[in-house]
Ligand binder design. Structure first.
Ligand code: R5P
Length: 260
């Protein structure tokens, strides 16, 4: 029941539910990863089961693939879909230009490939994800395991000439062991505090041997849907330059909350 959901979950749900209404039958849709994207997948599952929505979903992680299948969404690979009408995903941070930091859940590589292969990328988020300048959230960088410490040293050396506030980097762990992505890579989290030039940093990081991809999404996101705990939803479209607001009524006995 919604009464048991925290305000932050209500905010994530509100954004996700609004975004789910963008999906039409026949579409090919990229499905993001993370707690906000999980709400989206549940909302879409409900539309599939109860309203006959028919679309093909391309998940951005094994976790999302499992959930999408569980809720009844037809799952296909990106290569089967080839090009997508829309991708909907969460973010760890977004700024006023809708540039993003992603990868807090370790799925940035598939997420960036899928979002880039889409006509439109929509981010769903609670208001706390909005920042004036990116960088407070540690920037995830996916690196191959071979020589990862050398790659880390090269990244740290590179950061010296970048416009950033902090330069500490840490290997992401999963308990006692290094975290592995779906592609079998590691994640280095870059504690930068503040990124002066995100576009330049994104390009420079990807030049370093051993770096597979970084979590800066520059000029990829078209629209952000921001949810609030009281059901308010704000949609900002960077291309159209529009901002619109709506209000979601939480339905207390909504099936979607049953298993949460
Ligand atoms: O790798 C994970 C993704 O980039 C997520 O979209 C991001 O971490 C946001 O996740 P959440 O919705 O759980 O805050």
């Amino acid at each position: 029941m919604t009464g048991e959901l925290s305000p932050i979950d209500k905010a994530k749900f509100a954004a996700a539910k609004q975004a789910a209404s963008l999906v039409e039958s026949g579409m090919r849709v990229g499905l993001g990863t993370g707690s906000t994207a999980a709400w989206l997948v549940r909302c879409l599952g409900e539309l599939v089961r109860e309203e006959g929505l028919r679309f093909r979903g391309v998940p951005t992680s094994s976790r999302t693939a499992d959930l999408a299948r569980d809720v009844g969404i037809e799952v296909v690979s990106l290569d089967e879909a080839r090009w997508l009408d829309l991708t909907i995903d969460g973010a760890d941070e977004f700024d006023g230009d809708l540039n993003l930091i992603k990868g807090g859940g370790g799925a940035l590589l598939q997420e960036k490939i899928v979002a880039t292969a889409s006509d439109q990328m929509v981010v769903i988020a609670d208001a706390a994800k909005e920042v004036e300048r990116l960088g407070n959230f540690p920037l995830p960088v996916e690196v191959i395991p071979f020589g990862w410490q050398t790659t880390q040293a090269l990244i740290e050396e590179t950061l010296v000439s970048m416009d950033v506030m902090g330069r500490q980097t840490t290997l992401r762990m999963n308990g006692e062991r290094p975290f592995f992505t779906d592609e079998g890579n590691h994640i280095l989290d870059l504690h930068l505090g503040r990124i002066g030039n995100a576009r330049q940093l994104a390009m420079v990081l990807n030049q370093i041997p051993g770096v597979v991809e970084n979590g800066l999404f520059i000029d990829i996101c078209d629209k952000v849907i921001i949810g609030y705990g009281d059901g308010r939803v704000e949609t900002r479209d960077i291309n159209a330059g529009t901002v619109s607001e709506s209000q979601l009524d939480f339905v207390e006995d909504d099936n979607i909350f049953r298993d949460i």
